[in-house]
Design a protein around this ligand. Structure first.
Ligand code: ADP
Length: 528
């Protein structure tokens, strides 16, 4: 059941993954479409408004001119008084023909202004009397009258995708201020309608071309991004299935974040596999190291079981030898623990401060007491008393013990160890020098490796597991320091550790953080 659920989930993930291209392209398409639609609407509105203003002005000119002309008539408007004032073609109108058409403007008596206005083929004019009867009309169609409030009313009439602008105007006599009739001017706005439909047409075409163009470009771009991601995912899956797989992402031939990611993933895989390898090696080494003491103890116990327990001397020797091996195992286990812990220092001791002189002095005097046959000299003249480094003091002690202990272990005739410390602007250095057997240049490269001993049998005699210097190396690395060795075979060795010096300002900050951290600690007494 669990498997089924898992499979389903995996499948769901894969579908999602494959839709990445579709999703990105749709988002681009949608964004472009929305932007173009918005842009088009705004442009369309602006052009329409501008152009409509012009048309309204044209209609307005006609209306104002007609109204001014007709306002000179004192009585209600009728054919007999309107025609003479606007046109001499009275007879034709009385015969039922069209009042006037743009064709015969040359023969009428219109003022120049009126002629030019009404000769516009878009403009149709009609004059109505107070009883809504047409008394004059010009143009091919007569604009209809409909009652309205106020002096003027402007209406846009839409028919067959064409807009006509109709203006209704009341006419008052200038003589007695009485309402004499109405003027209706309709403007067919051919230019406006043509412009707007053309604009819409072109906008649609350009938007369509732009959408197709951008979708194609974004498709190419997205596929270009998704392809390397797919390769990475394939490699990740392969390594997931077989952690030892040699699969790596091929160089992407590009210079961007994806290439960086690919190379980081490759590095990560290399490192991960080398860790796995190291881990295997470590487990192998550890079992190998433990096998000897276990075999020795087992041998002694077998011997005791078979015949040795009755011989007090053998019994005593075997118990002593077994205890010694047990002690060695305990020591080895402790060292292995130290080695593991040395890798997690930045998490466990992030804000600790060690005062170098204090620690060095303490360790030197302690070891001098343990090894009275050795002359352990301390030279710290070049180190001001308050020199501090960012390190847990216990680790500095451990480092010094490892190095001084080695100096003692691998000494020959001259039983002397020199410990010295100094500081420059940026670095604190601590040196441990001995005059013992020394280390060959070949071995100098290997002594920091786990379980490496120059002379296995002899070192074992001296109680060494080959872990001391690897613990030292790990500790120093964790504190961003460096450890190195200079040695001449038969003359002695000098180990040097260098750490970044801790500035007074940073030390104050660390102390503050430490205080803040402990503020929230619950005192033991309260809980008890
Ligand atoms: P061990 O616990 O065996 O001393 P280390 O890791 O401390 O392990 O040292 C690794 C090897 O390096 C030692 O076995 C020894 O052969 C060599 N070595 C370390 N320190 C010194 C020294 N001061 N003089 C000579 N040889 C040394």
């Amino acid at each position: 059941m669990k498997m089924m659920i898992k499979n389903k989930r995996d499948r769901a993930k894969e579908t999602k993954h494959s839709s990445l291209v579709v999703r990105w392209v749709s988002i681009v398409a949608l964004t472009i479409t929305v932007s173009f639609v918005l842009f088009s609407v705004v442009v369309y509105q602006i052009v329409s408004k501008q152009s409509m203003n012009q048309q309204e002005e044209t209609s307005n000119n006609v209306v104002v001119t007609l109204e001014r002309t007709l306002s000179s008539i004192p009585d209600e408007l009728e054919i007999s008084n309107v025609i003479p004032s606007l046109s001499p073609s009275t007879r034709r109108i009385l015969n039922g023909g069209p009042a006037i058409s743009s064709k015969d403007t040359r023969n009428n008596a219109f003022s120049d202004n009126l002629i030019s206005l009404i000769s516009n083929p878009d403009i149709n004019v009609a004059v109505y009397n107070r009883h809504n009867e047409v008394v004059f009309a010009n143009g091919d169609t007569t604009p209809k009258f409909s009652p309205f409030k106020g002096n003027r009313r402007v209406v846009q009439v839409k028919r067959n995708n064409k807009t006509t602008l109709v203006t209704y105007q009341k006419v008052y006599s200038a003589v007695n201020n009485k309402l004499t009739g109405y003027v209706v001017v309709s403007n067919e706005m051919t230019y406006y309608n043509h412009l707007m439909s053309n604009l819409l047409h072109w906008m649609l075409i350009i938007s369509l071309i732009a959408i197709i163009f951008f979708v194609a470009i974004s498709y190419v771009l997205v596929v270009n991004v998704v392809r390397p991601i797919k390769t990475m995912s394939k490699v990740a899956k392969e390594v997931n299935a077989d952690p030892n797989s040699e699969a790596r992402i091929k160089p992407l031939n590009r210079d961007d974040e994806l290439a960086e990611l690919a190379s980081s993933i490759n590095q990560m895989l290399d490192r991960m596999q080398s860790y796995i390898e190291q881990q295997k090696q470590f487990v192998g080494d550890v079992s190998h190291e433990l096998r000897t003491p276990v075999a020795v103890i087992e041998g002694h116990l077998n011997m005791l079981e078979r015949w040795g327990k009755d011989d007090p001397q053998i019994l005593d020797e075997s118990i002593k030898a077994s205890l010694q091996e047990a002690d060695r195992m305990k020591h080895l286990i402790q060292e292995m623990l130290d080695l593991t812990r040395a890798e997690q220092i930045d998490v466990q001791y992030p804000y600790e401060i060690a005062t170098v002189n204090e620690v060095v002095r303490r360790v030197v005097s302690d070891l001098a007491m343990v090894h009275p046959d050795f002359k352990i000299q301390l030279d710290e003249d070049d180190l001001p008393d308050d020199t501090e480094i960012q390190m847990y003091h216990g680790h500095l002690e451990q480092l010094l013990v490892i190095l001084i202990d080695n100096g003692i272990k691998y000494s020959t005739d001259r039983k002397q160890i020199n410990v010295s410390a100094g500081v420059t602007k940026k670095e604190v250095s601590i040196m441990v020098q001995d005059f013992g057997e020394g280390i060959s240049p070949e071995d100098q490269k290997k002594i920091f490796n786990r379980f490496y001993r120059v002379d296995k049998a002899r070192t074992r005699e001296k109680g060494g597991n080959g872990l001391g210097l690897s613990i030292a190396q790990k500790l120093v690395d964790s504190y961003k320091g460096e450890i190195s060795v200079e040695s001449v075979e038969g003359q002695g060795s000098q180990f040097k550790m260098v750490f970044p010096v801790l500035s007074k300002k940073r030390a104050a900050e660390l102390r503050k953080i430490e205080v803040e951290k402990h503020k929230n600690d619950v005192p033991d007494g309260i809980l008890k």
